[in-house]
Design a protein. Structure first.
Ligand SMILES: Cc1cc2nc3c(=O)[nH]c(=O)nc-3n(C[C@H](O)[C@H](O)[C@H](O)COP(=O)(O)O)c2cc1C
Ligand code: SF4
Ligand code: SF4
Ligand code: SF4
Ligand code: FES
Lengths: 925, 432
């Protein structure tokens, strides 16, 4: 290992990294701006300067940028020399010339990297007398605010947006000291990962509008480590609250999953917690169909009564609820009366995922995806259905450029140089989907195929790969042959598929292809994206009875946990629910199922309830409550388990504070009891209690605080009641406390509720918690991957689809939309303007068969609603496919025969149904 | 064999066409070398000639070319290889490349053919500033003529060597003259310099091996190939080889541009070529190599215009075109004017240049306007140190830009002080 000599001391370095990384990895407080751990170096800001000495005799040294200097054994540097620190101070002084110093009104204040670096370099007195450059700000959509005057021109935003996330509507404009970062004109930033600008920008140029709405400084936020509920990826997040409102979601670094980033569904969709559609209290439906409020005790008594007097009570769980809530329900109704809340189709698909994860097949983490040098995507719309997977694939296609850089002796971190060298050379990525894909721009080949054609193609490729003889092989089409050879000859090929088209055969064919491939290329991997944040967990918990099967058993009472069965199974199925005598629904947001419940119980959202979720790769992760739910709202696991054991405590909050005097070892948190029952009952889940310590966990005698350490007193938020500090609520359910006191620095990663380190108030402080820059957490990466095995699954038999069997009639294909297809995040107010209006997309030929043209409107009448769709002509849609967005409004469309669609006379549809409503400003007055 | 090979065809009136160019020995070197000589042997000749780049930095041309990976090697990769002539010439006070391109375009083209042959480039660009429309037209004409005579295009002179040459007109920024910003501009990207290493020789235009040379550098090549390295070395009066186009602007009797041997003393250029100072003016100082070089004083007049002696005196030979400061012009005004230009032309990529030059400009402007404060001198010194060293900034623009200021602060301290004490420019107050 190369050793650097910095200010006379030896410092370990790693070959292939740069000096800044070495310094940071060693814990040195080295200032920087433009370098980013995931994006490498470009040398723009000049903040990371130090002195490098040419040799042992050199005592003068030369200013170099640590981020642009490769680690070489024995190289001598000084960070502390006056010339070095003076230079770094001068960088800040110059950056500050035009900076407005509006910290008091800046959303970034208190967690601003520019503030931190300014203090760190010791620049204090302003010597500049001139005017400041000012810019006009832009409206960038509902998520992100823009205050260009605060810009320090570090170029991080455009590098993230264009180079890393593949966006093309954010640019650097102009030159000299008048560089503008924004769009060519005001308008919504289109990229699905735009929200990361908020964290990537080291100042307050790009800020989180959802935070601005409920604005609170970082030091006043109450936060906890949470798991994103937006999809099956399971990104790690910090969710923060104040005054009972969710303020914002930030990235929580996880080396194996989301790294430094999140998608906009995850970041902004969490605002559903603040939705006016939240269910505030228990209710009972009266004759008019309205809900009368009910006390929690009365509501529970009623439910107990239903259960006692019903011949059969069933429980419908949910792949978006925690394992704990599902287990509590299962215990309440008995295993034979419990379904994990998935349809038959979903259960089969997720069983396939489970079997693959538990086998000897190579199932990479998201971080590992970036190491594959040839990728085939079969029917999975990663960007819309598992967004961070798409971000990883975008990095994986850069492997070709990294190889080229290796051949030319250019270091990987030398980002601009690698990009200039490689230009548009990319590793092969082949995408087979029915509709245009957001990754097409980096794909070497995009095949537009109907779902059954995707199955046929992958079957053909598998056959070619396993063909013993020339003659079988030669029957394969040239496309299939090309694909087979590409995958076989790659260093590490990866096949990606998932549940986004809801097609079991695509997943089976993917498994078969991966098996065939692994036989000829042992490095081959397979990645299957699951559907919801706990779909894999549900398949692991109890995948026996589907919702359809269970509901067919004529229950008298049915308890539905956080699951809108109408959007899952369609309106026809929903009718069956009405036939059940007592329908009890636990949920936190209004939906179709909620609206037909007899008794409604107000469930806590993810931000108010602890729970374990298992992501697409079988990793169990614990989500911890950020704040206490208001009133009688309670975590579902709590509501269900108290139904079971006659606990009469009305409110969850009281139960916490009254259970025992603060924390004592005799108290067994309710959630812990459930976790232990899961652990003991299901052997594949036996390690779930390892994903976070329980409520008894202490660091130096205290629980882990949810707030930043005490800098002054608490706030005066309750001063009108009493000037004394109110006693903070006690959390006996988790290892976290609602307080400022305690030790965050030494908390395990699964309990760390924010990142902060002395001098590093921004999220950049994460490096202080990494074993090395971009490496593992010093306290161990949180979560546990539960599934592993050595056995290879047997290939599936898929009824062969010959060309003749592929139907040539038009058929519906639902497309996921990052904004709109997940019913929970869609209820976040900010997301609503980004949801497409219902459309149907088809190629010209299919349109001709249907007798429609672009811009037409089509309608169909369902029993209780009418669906209207704008026709979009797009020759990049596979033949015969009628692509429509999976939205609440389009539920049930799949059951309609395309021939039954009616043309709407005089249709005045939206101009561009795919684009969000264009609002050019959100300023009032 | 002319002692002044670069301008031997230039009479200041009619430009040289193909026939005239051939009549004075033009394209002989091309016919002799292309296809017949080993490119490595040519490279040796250029190395031996000790030709140094005329674009400002004076880097040995043969050595630069030798860094281009040999075709077929691992680092060479697959694809095109490029040669670019840097004809951006936006350095204030510099107008030498213009003369060469307007008056004798084939000389540049032949230089590029031979250079391309040496480094196995198959595509070439002449990157030219758009204000040079006369040169652009003449180059295009000359390219067509050379193509028609098979000096350019496929199988040049019947050999296996093919080379296509294009004229690319810049959209116009000073920074486009910096060779890597030039490459980005040529690719259609923002004209921002690239970090070096990697050097363009390894990863240049579109990531491929590329050589960027100044127009004048390339114009020397045909003569070196035709007459040999020894001859070329013998042309210089001092350590450096060949001749150079020197220029003088400012209040001299005859501003202009002349080809003279390398190592010609500055006094000779100023007095014999430029005719001394204009009547009524005294020499106060001069920038020896264009706007981005340090001031020298009358005491430096006997220095030879060779790379090292000028460097030792604290300045740079740069482009070899002097800007003269006379005794009746305000040095601070001159510096302020230059810094305004340099601040405006900053690409905006790195902090010291983007912010630092703009601040310097503001301070100088306020001094000129009579609002200078004593502490401003310290500020200017701090800024000059901050911006001034190669390595402090992402490219050489800012260190070059600050040279007139840094040296001005040293040599004309009294003038700076007078602006502050007198609350304004003493040169404007007196009769001028
Ligand atoms: C800001 C800046 C502007 C430059 N402008 C020019 C120019 O206009 N013409 C030129 O030949 N070289 C210019 N250069 C130098 C080039 O970067 C490069 O060194 C030169 O073209 C190499 O050619 P040579 O080796 O033949 O001298 C400039 C450099 C800088 C830093
Ligand atoms: S907007 Fe932010 S990220 Fe972009 S250049 Fe400015 S300071 Fe950097
Ligand atoms: S990719 Fe999925 S888990 Fe990650 S932030 Fe987006 S919605 Fe959440
Ligand atoms: S010194 Fe920096 S800002 Fe100035 S031109 Fe060079 S790269 Fe651009
Ligand atoms: S962090 Fe090194 S130059 Fe910006």
């Amino acid at each position: 290992m190369p050793v650097l000599i910095v200010d006379g001391k030896e410092l370990p370095g790693k070959a292939g990294t740069n000096v800044l990384e070495a310094l940071l990895s060693a814990g040195v407080d080295m200032p920087y701006f433009c370098w980013h751990p995931a994006m490498g170096s470009v040398g723009a800001c000049r903040q990371c300067a130090l002195l490098q000495y040419a040799n042992d005799e050199d005592s003068h040294g030369k200013i170099v940028m640590s981020c642009m200097t490769p680690v070489t054994d024995g190289a001598r540097f000084s960070v502390s020399a006056d010339r070095a620190s003076g230079f770094r101070r001068a960088v800040i002084e110059n950056l500050m010339l035009n900076h407005p110093h509006d910290c008091p009104v800046c959303e970034e204040g208190g967690e601003c990297h520019l503030q931190d670096m300014t203090v760190m370099v010791g620049h204090r007195d302003r010597r500049y007398q001139g005017r400041k450059t000012t810019f006009k700000n832009q409206y960038l959509g509902p998520f992100i605010g823009h205050e260009m005057n605060r810009c320090i021109t570090c170029y991080r935003c455009v590098r993230f947006y264009q180079d890393y996330a593949g966006g093309n509507d954010l640019n650097a404009f102009g030159s000299r000291d008048r560089i503008f970062f924004g769009r060519a004109e005001s308008g919504v930033l289109e990229n699905e990962f735009a929200g990361n600008l908020v964290e990537v920008c080291p100042t307050g140029v790009f800020t989180d509008k959802t935070l601005a709405k409920n604005y609170t400084r970082k030091w006043d936020l109450q936060s906890s480590p949470t798991i994103c509920q937006g999809c099956s990826i399971g990104c790690n997040t910090y969710t923060s609250e104040r005054y009972g409102q969710l303020c914002r979601v930030h990235n929580r670094y996880h080396q194996d999953i989301n790294g430094y980033f999140l998608c906009d569904r995850g970041r902004f969709g969490a605002q559903h917690v603040n939705s006016p559609a939240r269910i505030p209290q228990p209710g009972i439906r009266n004759e008019e169909g309205k809900y009368d409020p009910l006390s929690l005790d009365d509501a529970k008594a009623k439910v107990r009564d239903f259960i006692q007097h019903s011949s059969r009570t069933i429980g419908i769980g949910s792949p978006r609820a925690s394992l704990e809530a599902n287990q509590a329900l299962r215990q309440l109704v008995g295993a034979g009366n419990y379904s994990n809340g998935m349809s038959r189709n979903e259960q089969v698909m997720h069983q396939i995922i489970l079997d693959v994860l538990a086998s000897g097949m190579k199932t990479p983490t998201l971080a590992e995806v970036a190491e594959f040098d040839a990728i085939l995507v079969l029917g999975e719309d990663a960007t819309n259905h598992a967004p961070l997977l798409a971000l990883s694939i975008r990095q994986a296609v850069r492997n070709r450029s990294k190889e080229m850089a290796g051949d030319t002796d250019i270091a990987e971190w030398h980002d601009a140089a690698v990009r200039e060298l490689a230009q548009d050379a990319l590793s092969p990525l082949v995408i087979a989907t029915p509709m245009p894909d957001r990754l097409d721009d980096v794909a070497s080949q995009s095949l537009r195929l109907a779902p059954e054609e995707i199955v046929a193609l992958s079957t053909e490729v598998s056959m070619y790969l396993s063909a013993g003889s020339e003659s079988t092989a030669s029957q394969a089409s040239s496309v299939a042959q090309g694909l087979a050879e590409l995958l076989r000859d790659a260093r590490r090929p990866l096949i990606v598929s998932g549940t986004s088209l809801g097609d079991i055969n695509i997943m089976r064919a993917t498994v078969n292809l991966s098996l065939a491939l692994q036989a000829v290329n042992p490095e081959a991997g397979i990645l299957l994206a699951a559907d919801e944040c706990n779909s894999v967990g549900m398949a692991m918990l109890d995948n026996r009875l589907s919702v359809e099967e269970l509901v067919d058993r004529t229950p008298e009472t049915m308890i539905v946990l956080e699951n809108d069965l109408e959007s899952r199974l369609g309106a026809e199925f929903a009718k069956k629910m009405s036939a059940v005598r007592h329908l009890v629904v636990l949920d936190y947001l209004d939906n179709a199922t909620v609206s037909v419940a007899n008794i409604l119980l107000p469930a806590a959202s993810f931000a108010e309830a602890e729970g374990t979720f298992i992501n697409f790769e079988g990793r169990a992760q614990r989500n911890l409550a950020v704040f206490l739910p208001q009133g009688s709202i309670a975590p579902s696991y709590y509501l269900l388990s108290t139904l079971n054991d006659d606990c009469l405590n009305d409110s969850f909050n009281d139960s916490l504070n009254n259970s025992t005097e603060s924390v004592s070892s005799s108290h067994q948190a309710r959630v812990q009891t459930i976790i232990e029952s899961i652990r003991d009952e299901f052997s594949p889940l036996k390690r779930i209690d390892e994903c976070a310590p329980d409520a008894d966990f202490l660091v130096l005698g205290s629980k882990i605080p949810r707030m930043t350490h005490r800098a002054s007193g608490r706030t005066a938020m309750q001063a009108e009641v009493s000037v004394h500090e109110p006693k903070q609520p006690v959390d006996t359910e988790s290892a976290l406390a609602f307080t400022m006191e305690g030790n965050q620095q030494q908390a395990p990663a699964s309990l760390r509720s924010y990142v902060w380190s002395p001098g590093w108030n921004s999220n950049q402080s994460i490096y202080k918690f990494q074993t090395e820059v971009g490496g593992a957490d010093t306290m161990g990466n949180p979560g546990v991957r539960l599934l592993q095995g050595d056995a290879m699954p047997a290939p599936f038999t898929i009824a062969p689809t010959t060309a003749a069997q592929i139907s040539t009639g038009p058929r519906f294909v639902a497309q996921h939309h990052i904004f709109g297809s997940d019913p929970v995040s869609s209820q976040a107010q900010e997301l609503s303007t980004r949801i497409p209006t219902p459309y149907v997309r088809m190629n010209t030929e299919t349109a001709t068969t249907l007798g429609v043209s672009g811009g037409d409107g089509l309608a169909c009448q369902l029993p209780h609603k009418r669906i209207e769709l704008s026709v979009i002509l797009d020759d990049d849609v596979a033949a015969h496919c009628l692509v429509y967005p999976k939205l609440v409004q389009t539920i049930g469309l799949a059951d309609v025969a395309p021939g039954d669609l009616q043309r709407i006379a005089g249709w005045q549809g939206p101009k561009d149904p795919l684009k969000p409503n264009l609002i050019l400003t959100d300023r009032t007055g | 064999m002319s002692d002044l090979p670069l301008t031997k065809n230039i009479n200041g009136k009619t430009p040289t066409d193909l026939t005239q160019y051939e009549a004075t020995g033009g394209y002989v070197a091309t016919r002799q070398a292309v296809g017949a000589m080993d490119p490595d042997a040519l490279l040796e000749i250029i190395k031996d000639s000790n030709l140094r780049g005329r674009g400002g930095a004076g880097f040995p041309t043969g050595m630069k070319w030798s860094f281009v990976p040999k075709p077929g090697s691992r680092a060479a990769g697959e694809g095109h290889r490029y040669l670019v002539a840097n004809a951006d010439e936006m350095e204030p006070g510099t107008f030498k490349d213009r003369l060469l391109m307007e008056q004798d375009p084939h000389q540049l083209i032949e230089g590029m053919i031979l250079a391309a042959y040496t480094i196995s480039a198959d595509i070439g660009y002449i990157f030219i500033r758009h204000e040079y429309h006369v040169a652009i037209a003449r180059l295009r004409e000359a390219l067509a003529a050379a193509e028609a005579s098979n000096y350019l295009g496929a199988h040049i002179c019947g050999s296996d060597f093919s080379f296509r040459l294009h004229v690319h007109v810049s959209a116009g920024r000073y920074i486009c003259g910096e060779e890597t910003a030039l490459l980005n501009a040529l690719e259609g990207k923002r004209a921002i310099p690239r970090a070096k290493p990697p050097f363009p020789q390894v990863s240049g235009l579109w990531g491929r091996p590329t050589i960027v040379n100044n127009v004048e550098t390339l114009c020397n090549i045909p003569h070196i190939v035709a007459h040999g390295a020894d001859w070329f070395r013998s042309l210089g009066r001092g350590k450096d080889s060949g001749t150079k186009l020197f220029g003088a602007s400012g209040r001299v009797a005859r501003p202009g541009c002349w080809e003279l041997p390398m190592g010609t003393p500055i006094r000779e250029i100023l007095e014999e070529q430029a005719g001394g100072m204009a009547a009524g003016y005294q020499l106060k100082g001069f920038l020896p190599g264009g706007a981005s070089t340090d001031f020298l004083l009358p005491e430096h007049l006997d220095l030879p215009m060779d790379y090292e002696p000028v460097m030792q005196a604290g300045s740079r030979m740069g482009t070899g075109t002097m800007i003269i400061l006379d005794d009746r012009s305000c040095p601070l005004g001159m510096i302020a004017n230059l810094e305004k230009f340099f601040a405006r032309e900053s690409c905006g990529f790195c902090t010291p240049c983007r912010e630092g030059l703009a601040w310097v400009q503001q301070i100088l402007d306020s001094m000129e306007a009579g609002a200078g404060r004593p502490e401003d001198l310290r500020l200017l010194e701090d800024q000059a140190e901050f911006i001034g060293a190669i390595g402090n900034t992402h490219c050489a623009h800012a260190p070059g830009a600050i040279e007139p200021l840094a040296s001005g602060l040293k040599y004309f301290a009294d003038d700076f002080k007078a602006h502050i004490d007198g609350k304004g420019c003493p040169y404007k107050q007196g009769a001028n």
